[in-house]
Design a protein around this ligand. Structure first.
Ligand SMILES: *Cc1c(COP(=O)(O)O)cnc(C)c1O
Length: 455
């Protein structure tokens, strides 16, 4: 059961099938364009959508809104330094601001960054600086059905080959994403992280953690890596940060706040250069685009997020939803992580070809059937067509992500989702595909307009 009880509630919108049909047609079958009051269960993202604790709200009241040198900043600095060990800490309004500031300070055009998998904004910020982002996921990541516990690992052989190969002089940094969001929310083992760190050190390349879900990664390490069985999640997290030279953090995930993040570094000279950009574009270094109360809520959130009871219940929620999905006959990317479930829409809807977007078709059906909002991670997100509309790039898998916001939905909400999954799966062969009628040149899944393909 959830290790908390409810003190403040927010009604969720209840809609009729007719209302959902007309809403979906109005937004041209793009779920990002729905109004939140047309959504009953919102599984679009776990970013900034969690519930605050009473202690976080109390901390907000102690927020010091001084422009410079606030008490909130000093509490924030102390908490982040204790957790990470990094002495130089810059607050930012969210993770991608940390990416932009670090990469535009550190990267030169033509350089390369390596990662287990770059998250989409991380990749975009590398490319905006004229650099190339290369993903080196481990081979085990390719098997969606195996229950190998650390599919988020980097491929160490390819990492070594790249760091010692002909392009070695162009490699600017290595980014390890914990957990591997672009790779299905799968965790990275401490052994893999330590070996990646040793390779980086031997080749004099900085290692940066993209630490958005550091606590969820640490929890999975305590569960599945024998050497860490008797460690607390907090101890694992502290050790992980100390293997790297710095981190990028979106506190909207494992900070359990609605907005915030930070960039933390060992290198004082680099941090000083980043600070100049921070002042010009985010805010003075003691608030970085956040209010004092936001900083205090992050401090409290970081202390709550490694609580084993909280992490256990989060794993249980994902495990329960995974069970409901399998029972409905829908395969998932195994094993389930903590922040989301990835449904194998390609397998459920073999009659829909990739460029009619099985994942998106399933997303639309979950909305029509039960007012559930989710997001496709398949050929609508990763694919492309040529000028004549013929497929030119197809995603490796056609997935649908059900993100699980922190401390927000109860087990009976999950059971409701399970009922909707079952109804949708029962009539899977009648679900139509979709075609794009209008799209943006970049990150098209956010803005495209679609229509159902009638057979
Ligand atoms: C969310 C996320 C980011 C970007 O953070 P924002 O706060 O959304 O800007 C970067 N990396 C990973 C792994 C993320 O999940």
């Amino acid at each position: 059961m959830e290790p908390y009880r409810i003190k403040v509630v927010e009604p969720i919108p209840m809609t009729t099938r007719e209302q959902r049909e007309s809403a979906l047609a109005r937004v041209h079958y793009n779920l990002f364009d729905l109004r939140a009051d047309e959504v009953t269960i919102d599984l679009l993202t776990d970013s900034g959508t969690g519930a605050l604790s009473a202690a976080q709200l109390a901390a907000a009241m102690t927020g010091d809104e001084s422009y410079a040198g606030s008490r909130s900043y000093h509490r924030f600095h102390e908490a982040v330094q204790e957790l990470t060990g990094y002495p130089h800490i810059l607050p930012v309004h969210q993770g991608r601001a940390a990416e932009r500031i670090l990469f535009s300070t550190l990267l030169e055009p033509g350089q390369i960054t390596l990662s287990n998998t770059h998250f989409d904004t991380t990749r975009a910020n590398v490319e905006l600086n004229g650099c190339q982002a290369q993903d080196l996921p481990c081979p085990q990541a390719q098997d969606l059905d195996s229950d190998e516990p650390f599919k988020g690992n980097v491929d160490l052989a390819r990492l070594r080959a790249a760091l010692e190969g002909p392009d070695a002089s162009r490699i600017a940094l290595v980014i390890m994403t914990l957990t591997n969001n672009g790779g299905g929310g799968q965790p990275v083992s401490m052994e893999n992280l330590a070996q990646a760190a040793a390779l980086c050190r031997a080749n004099d390349v900085p290692l940066i953690l993209d630490a958005a879900r550091f606590a969820e990664n640490a929890w999975l390490v305590t569960q599945h890596e024998p050497a860490y069985k008797h460690h607390s999640p907090r101890q694992v997290a502290e050790e992980a940060f100390r293997l790297a030279d710095g981190c990028l953090m979106s506190a909207k995930k494992d900070g359990i706040v609605h907005i915030g993040g930070f960039l933390a570094l060992n290198d004082g000279a680099l941090a000083e250069r980043c600070e100049l950009l921070l002042i010009a574009t985010e805010g003075f270094p003691t608030y970085g685009g956040l209010a004092g109360r936001d900083l205090d809520m992050i401090v409290q959130g970081l202390s709550e997020v490694t609580d084993p009871a909280y992490l256990q219940s989060r794993a249980d929620a994902a495990g329960h939803l995974a069970h409901l999905s399998r029972a409905a006959g829908i395969s998932i990317l195994e094993p389930p992580g903590l922040h989301a479930l990835y449904l194998n829409a390609g397998r459920l809807l073999p009659h829909i070809r990739p460029h009619h977007y099985p994942g998106h078709a399933l997303a639309c059906q979950l909305y029509l059937e039960g007012g559930i909002r989710s997001v496709e991670l398949g050929s609508l997100y990763l694919g492309a067509e040529d000028a004549d509309g013929n497929p030119s790039i197809t995603a490796p898998y056609e997935l649908l992500r059900l993100a699980i916001p922190r401390r927000t939905y109860t087990q009976s909400h999950l059971n409701y989702i399970g009922d909707v999954l079952e109804k949708v799966a029962r009539n899977a062969d009648r679900i139509p595909g979709y075609r794009i009628i209008e799209q943006a040149p970049m990150l098209r899944h956010f803005r495209s307009k679609l229509e159902p393909v009638t057979p």
